[in-house]
Write a protein that binds this ligand. Structure first.
Ligand code: SAM
Length: 249
């Protein structure tokens, strides 16, 4: 089954954009996923092709009309889940990406201006997803981010050697740091253990680095992970929060 991506946007020419290159581009060419892009304006009903109107209650900017966007959603009717990209949505996570990538595809709504008329979400049971706590000028870049994250997980896209299961967030932790040749560069050496050839020691070092970096950089992730995997180590998180240096493990 091919992962079917449908995008509804006011800027169809922004697609496939970066998804036409590298892994995703090759996979698109090979038919491992498909991309249909439609302009929301195609469903406007007046002679000016209007898709937006002024905010009820006043205020700056314009709001995307529920009736026009709903007609667009109905018009591309397919069986894939419909997601609106909006900063008010649930934060996108690797778990969400995995679950979407395992499904039939996704239909993405890209907002502009002040965003969508809220009634749209209720009327069409549309999920809202945010790619982070910052404001983009439109949902197109967010849609590209979501699709990139899904497409690389599709069977055959990354190849057998790399399934992506060791990446950051897959286990609830950040991944360990990486190094490559030369062994010494600008006075900085690759950690000795990585040159030892002792696979058990290397695995233990990587796992410790992964836990340490998560504790220091992402106390929110560490808290959730440690609750399950390291109930006795959870106090260490306090050091990370206060910025106190931690012992190198
Ligand atoms: N008025 C909105 C707010 O404060 O929540 C911001 C609207 S933003 C300028 C225009 C469009 O960009 C949104 O409708 C959405 O589609 C997209 N967008 C902006 N930031 C986003 C984010 N962090 N995640 C997903 N989409 C985003």
């Amino acid at each position: 089954m091919t992962f079917a991506a449908t995008v509804l946007t006011l800027y169809p020419e922004m697609f496939p954009g970066p998804l036409g290159q590298s892994l995703a581009g090759r996979a698109l060419g090979e038919g491992l996923w498909s991309l249909a892009v439609r302009s929301i304006r195609d469903w406007a009903t007046d002679k000016h092709k209007s898709v937006d109107d002024t905010p009820a209650g006043g205020g700056p900017g314009m709001v995307l009309r529920a009736d026009v966007v709903a007609a667009a959603v109905d018009g591309v009717a397919n069986t894939t889940p419909v997601i609106a990209l909006t900063p008010r949505g649930a934060p996108l996570t690797q778990a969400k990406v995995r679950s979407l990538a395992a499904g039939p595809g996704v239909t993405l709504l890209c907002g502009r201006f002040e965003g969508f008329d809220e009634r749209l979400f209720e009327a069409r049971a549309i999920e809202q997803v945010s790619i982070g706590d910052y404001i983009l000028s439109g949902g197109e870049v967010a849609a590209l981010v979501l699709l990139d994250a899904c497409v690389r997980l599709l069977p055959g896209v990354m190849g057998a050697a790399s399934s992506g299961v060791e990446e950051s967030f897959e286990s609830g932790l950040l991944e360990h740091p990486h190094y490559t040749r030369p062994p010494e560069w600008e006075g900085l050496a690759i950690p000795e253990v990585l040159r030892s050839g002792d696979h058990a020691k290397i695995a233990a070092w990587r796992s410790a680095q992964s836990e340490r970096d998560t504790r220091l950089r992402r106390p929110d992730l560490w808290e959730a992970y440690a609750r399950v995997h390291r109930p006795l180590a959870r106090g260490k998180n306090n050091n990370a929060r206060s910025g106190e240096p931690e012992e190198d493990t």
